[in-house]
Design a protein around this ligand. Sequence first.
Ligand code: DHB
Ligand code: MG
Length: 226
Amino acid sequence: MTQSQQETWDAVDDFFSGSLVPSDAALDAALADSVAAGLPQIAVAPNQGKFLHLLARIQGARRILEIGTLGGYSAIWLARALPEGGKLVSLEFNPEYAKVAEANIARAGLADKVEIRVGRALDNLPGVEADGLGPFDLSFIDANKENNPEYFSWAVKLSRVGALVITDNVVRDGAVLDADSQSAAIQGTRRLFEVMAADPRVTATAVQTVGSKGYDGFAMALVTGE
Ligand code: DHB
Ligand code: MG
């Protein structure tokens, strides 16, 4: 994109968030402490966080699965959608990120609703199942993109009928179109589309987005069968 396009997208996101997504001490501190701890600044944008929050509320979600905690910013948005007794399980590979997220989530008053499990998500998902933490009403996949197809299949397996499975970053400036991409992340996301299309348990779509996170998009699948 041109610089002026990105400036417009940033300004419109600021307008939306300034209008509809009031700033909030816990969220601001979560971002500030994530920066201070050297985490990559790739959390969802405020208006995207609220979008996820609203989806969780529309869904009446009581159990949410997140794959990729980072500093806990999206986890705070999602956990705030949970009713009393609701639970978010978030999987994070990097123990340093998880520590930052734990503190951010505790400061947001959500420690009792959020459990972070540290390690390779593909190693921890069997335990999420065995421990009966599902079935989930909503899953948000936002981790290393090369494993997107496996994360998706796990999320569907751990879902109730009627659940949503949302995956972040499925466009990446249009790079998703590059069938010959040398990027494992792009190939993982391309395979995600094959898996979503072929999985008889879901019906899915994807939308392109622009904003402070550039030109990207979300995929969303509705789980229609076991
Ligand atoms: C990257 C990852 C994300 O989840 C995201 O939303 C933006 C960027 C990245 O790895 O570069
Ligand atoms: Mg992302």
